[in-house]
Design a protein. Structure first.
Length: 282
């Protein structure tokens, strides 16, 4: 029997002090391996999941129903808490966000994020009052379930090309914190100074920083800046896709198989997944 309440309590405790990495699997197998490595929590990746389905990273690429099925799969894959990348709530209005958040909580997740991107290039961000209303709706929906699920509010200013992304992200995240968000997140923060500004602005609430590409920053550096949580988004999925594309191109274009050197054996992978207590039932 899955103790969902215990997972949620453990997830909240992780945010009280220190800094932890929450990697992003894109399917059951990648979730199992990340748990095997000793990570203490997992987060879904909307982009990683979309790529695995042969779809682009777009808000409309996957329906809410398909995302909920994916979240149930990740929750069932390991004993770790799972936080859902729930995009903008898969709804145009606050009432729809509340309804879908309720459904998301029912999957057994320990946390979920709501972002302020619209997916519309002509109007890339929800207006601040509307974005705040959506966070409030998500907060109220979680509270109504009686479940201890952490709400992360994301400001997408850096990703959508806002002319003043740091100032606007900071302003929005403060407002989202007041609206009931437990954790704040501005994907696109890369410089130490900017990270410190946002950490200080949202304190004492925890900040999630996304590391989606090469950086000189290490986990200990982020911890020293006051970052509580570090995610990697679709980066691990893109690493896997990069290796796959490189190997496939080598076969198709050069007729060579050198890319197979040093790969994991069938036996290694079988042993990893055979260790799962429910493997005989899949």
């Amino acid at each position: 029997m899955v103790d969902v309440a215990a997972r949620r309590a453990a997830f909240r405790e992780l945010h009280r002090a220190g800094c932890f990495v929450i990697p992003n699997p894109w399917d059951r197998g990648s979730a199992i391996y990340l748990a095997h490595l000793g990570f203490r929590a997992l987060a879904s990746s909307s982009a990683g999941h979309a790529f695995a389905q042969g779809l682009p990273d777009r808000v409309s690429a996957l329906s809410c129903d398909r995302v909920l099925d994916h979240l149930r799969e990740l929750v069932a894959a390991t004993e770790l808490p799972v936080s859902a990348d729930f995009q903008s709530g898969y709804a145009d209005d606050a009432a729809g966000v509340a309804e879908n958040v309720t459904r998301c909580v029912a999957t057994g997740v320990a946390g979920l994020s709501i972002e302020d991107a619209t997916g519309d290039p002509a109007r890339p961000l929800f207006a601040v009052p509307d974005a705040i209303e959506r966070i409030r709706a998500a907060r109220a929906a979680i509270d109504a379930t009686g479940c201890d699920v952490l709400l992360t509010a994301r400001s997408e200013c850096f990703l959508v090309g806002h002319p003043e992304p740091l100032a606007e992200s900071t302003r929005r995240l403060r407002a989202y914190a007041e609206a009931g968000a437990d954790v704040l997140f501005a994907p696109g923060l890369r410089e130490r100074t900017a990270i410190q500004v946002v950490v200080d602005a949202v304190a004492p609430k925890p900040l999630n920083v996304l590391i989606g590409g090469p950086t000189q920053l290490r986990v200990r550096d982020l911890a020293e800046l006051g970052v509580r949580r570090v995610s990697v988004g679709s980066a691990l999925a893109r690493v896997a896709w990069t290796a796959f594309m490189r190997a496939a191109r080598s076969i198709a274009q050069q007729g060579e198989f050198f890319a197979f050197e040093d790969i994991a054996s069938t036996g290694q992978l079988s042993d990893l997944f055979q260790s799962r207590p429910d493997s005989a039932h899949r």
